[in-house]
Every structure is written in C-alpha cells, then in structure tokens.
Design a protein around this ligand. Structure first.
Ligand SMILES: O=C(O)C(=O)C[C@]1(C(=O)O)C=C[C@@H](O)C=C1
Length: 438
C-alpha cells in the first residue's frame, strides 16, 4: 500500500478529550458534519445503563431479520429452548416473544409465517457487508498510529484501496467514525502473544459503534535504527507496549542491554527516532516503517513466536445485517447485579445450544467498581464488579443465538450486542521467516 495520510487533514487526528481548544483541525472538521448527520445516526443497541426494554426492541429488530434469512430446513442448535428450560429452570425465549420457535421449526416451509422466498429482496452480496461510503468516494478508515503501523496494514486488509486515516489515540479513531470524519475504524483487540488490548474493550462500551467485521494479521517485527547505527550502540528500544511484550525474550537473546520504553505506536517510534536523529535508540516496528522513515533493519522477525498474530475489529456507525450463509461471530458484553452462578448460567445458555464460545474477557465495572456484600454472620465483604465480554460462534440471524441471548438477558442487569459479523476465515499466512525455511 502506498503511504497514506488523512485526505482532509493531511495529518494525524488528535484527541479532544478533556477541555477542547477553541479551534483545532479536529474541531474545525467535526463541527459542520456533526450538525448535519448526528440526528440521523440511529443505533440499535445501547450504551451502559440501557434499559431492558431498549435491548429487547434491538433484539426484536435483529430477530425480524431472521425471517428473511432463515432457511426453511434450519433448526436451532441441538438441545433447543425446550431443553434449556428443563435443564436450567428458566423461562425460554417463547415467553419473551422474541422468536416463535415452535411455529418456525415445526411447520413445513410453505406454512411458515414469514415472507415467502419470492418476496425477499435480492440476495445480499459481499458489498452489503462493506457498503460504499455515503459521500461516494473512497472509504475512509481510521486507525491508531502513523503510516507504517500494523493497524494501517490491517485497515488495508479489511478495506483494500481505502483512505487510511491515522489517529493519535484509539479513542480518536472511535470519535472520527462517530463524527463522520471516517466511515470505519479498524482497531486491534487481541494478540496471540500479548493478549487483549483492554483499552479497546473499554472503549467499545463507552462508544456506540458496532463491530462489523474482523481481520487477523500476522505481525512480523523488526529492530530498526538509524543508518550506520550498530546494535551495540543502543541504550534503549522504544515501541508500542504490545510490540515490546511480543519481542521481550528475543531482545534479551540478542544481547541488548537496553531500557525499554513504551510509545503510542510502532511506526511512530521509528518516525520519532528519525525526526530527532537518535543514534542511541532503536525501534520495534515493521519493515514498511523502516522504508517510510529511512531506518535500517538491524534484526528481522524478532517476535518471540513466529506465529504472532493480532486480531483487529472493524467498527461502523451502523450494524450489518447478520446472515447465516457463512460463519459469523457475535460479540456481547454484559453485567449482572448479584446471584449465584450467574456466569455459569450465562455460559450454559450457549453450551446447551451447541454454540461455541471463542473468547471471554472481564473488565472492572467502571460505574460500579465495588459491591458491598452484607453477610450477617461474617461482616461486610467487598467484591469487585465486572463487565463480561463474550464472543460466540453464531450469527444473530440464527434462532439459537437469539434464544441464547434472550435467556442470558434473564440473568443479567445489562446486555449489549456489540456486533454480529463474518469471521475472518482467511487461511493462515506463514510469517516471512517460515516462508524462507520452505
Ligand atoms: O503500533 C502499531 O503498529 C499498531 O498497529 C498497534 C498494535 C497493537 O496495539 O497491538 C497492533 C499490532 C501489533 O500487535 C502491535 C501493536
């Protein structure tokens, strides 16, 4: 991909979190578009504190899609709602009036209550998942970092030929989409070596964007320095904290006696060294960053594991219509007030429907960090409260997923669907190191 910069700003977007300056590039850009578009920005799902009724209506909207998507012979997962009611002793989704399961599944196709196939609009195609931008030009995709960052490459993989818009913080990328400066954001959520990028989990909850896709990218790190600098001259190595974590052991094995310092992004580290002519400092970044900022590669493939991969999510203002003709993943976040075995019950809502869970993450509940528990015999105890993020392998267009969520709703005080989106099924690409060995 050619070097990209913000088409409209020519520079990286900066945050205006906290007191806003009277005028800067960001506010100048944001103000007119915000007035025009904000009222039209309708969201199916709600942020923290959303009522149950709101969520139910969101779920009902998603549920209505199932009638145009569901194949006549599709059944919910083995051990459907009836089975769950018997095992868990909780109400099934039939009581919640979300999906009339019995009718849908027991009647022959011609008697089903939903629209006949002939009445359906034309089949959805891949372009429905990545609709053309409203303004009719190239899709604008916000990412965190500067050109040469892995996130920029992920934006290019998710949306080939997009205009990638560099942002100096994750939160700015969220804001860029919310304020219509960008059409999408592509942000990292987890890495095979470094684990979850918690900041983005927290931001997903604080903002109202929807996950509309995911891409997984092999991450191949290099140790960069200014031309002529040798490894022995380095006293520190700077990079994104995830990149430092992913190369921790290799840096030691290289015999580098260096301080490790975290900066905002990998390519930004290379840019900083070049801009300040720092001959004692190395950067962990991509080979493309070396090209862009005139750095030399001192060591190639320095990640601790050659199968180092980062998963990115694509975010948009509106959700996509979930489908059943390809593997989908759904991401939810929930909290519960109290109760015994709530987590077990929630997870069993998926297990009994044969829905595989891909990931569970818990984060401290910002609004209620601590709960005081009165226990007459023992005294007052304090528990941390958590938000739970779960990714499961099913589409919200599937009856079994809707029923699972209807049941989860019974146990939780807050539930939000972050997105139902196609899974990245791209065959694994070996890293350059592995290719060379073949
Ligand atoms: O700094 C970058 O280049 C990024 O794109 C960020 C980021 C991350 O946040 O995890 C992305 C992929 C790699 O895992 C390392 C860093």
């Amino acid at each position: 991909m050619q070097p990209l910069s913000t088409p409209s700003t020519g520079t990286r977007l900066k945050s205006f979190i906290g007191p806003r300056p009277v005028q800067n590039q960001f506010t100048r850009l944001a103000a007119p578009t915000r007035c025009v578009y904000r009222p039209e920005s309708v969201h199916l799902h709600n942020a923290v504190g959303a009522s149950r009724a709101d969520w139910q209506s969101s779920c009902a909207i998603l549920a209505s899609n199932v009638f145009s998507q569901q194949q006549p012979n599709e059944k919910p997962g083995a051990g459907g709602a009836d089975h769950v009611a018997a095992v868990n002793g909780h109400k099934t989704s039939i009581d919640l009036n979300l999906v009339p399961i019995n009718k849908t599944n027991s009647q022959p196709p011609q008697q089903q209550p939903h629209a006949p196939v002939s009445q359906l609009s034309k089949p959805l195609s891949i372009t429905d998942l990545s609709p053309a931008p409203m303004h009719g030009s190239t899709l604008r995709v916000a990412y965190q970092g500067v050109p040469g960052a892995y996130s920029e490459a992920a934006a290019g993989k998710a949306y080939p030929n997009c205009d990638a818009i560099p942002c100096d913080q994750f939160e700015v990328a969220f804001q860029a989409v919310e304020l219509w400066i960008a059409d999408r954001a592509v942000l990292p959520v987890e890495n095979s070596l470094g684990g979850s990028i918690h900041r983005n989990y927290d931001l997903l909850l604080r903002h109202r964007l929807h996950i509309v896709g995911e891409v997984q990218m092999p991450v191949h790190h290099c140790l960069l320095a200014l031309p002529g600098v040798r490894k022995e001259y380095l006293t520190r190595v700077i990079s994104h904290p995830q990149a430092l974590a992913q190369c921790e052991h290799t840096l030691t094995k290289l015999g580098l006696n260096v301080a490790r310092e975290a900066v905002d992004d990998t390519a930004g580290a290379a840019e900083y060294i070049a801009a300040n002519n720092l001959r004692d400092t190395g950067a962990i970044a991509s080979a493309r960053a070396a090209d862009l900022y005139g750095m030399q590669i001192l060591a190639d493939g320095i990640q601790d594991d050659s199968s180092n991969v980062t998963r990115f999510v694509m975010l948009a203002r509106e959700p996509i219509i979930p489908r059943t003709d390809r593997p989908f993943k759904t991401s939810i976040v929930f909290a519960h007030d109290k109760g015994t075995g709530v987590l077990f019950k929630v997870l069993s809502a998926f297990a009994f429907r044969n829905i595989s869970l891909r990931k569970i993450e818990s984060r401290p509940h910002r609004k209620r960090p601590i709960r005081v528990v009165d226990d007459a015999n023992v005294g007052t105890a304090k528990h941390l409260e958590y938000m739970f993020y779960v990714d499961f392998e099913a589409s919200m267009a599937e009856v079994r997923a809707q029923n699972a969520l209807a049941e989860v709703q019974e146990f939780t005080s807050f539930l939000r669907v972050l997105g139902s989106y196609p899974m990245d099924m791209t065959p694994w690409c070996p890293s350059r190191e592995e290719e060379e060995q073949d």
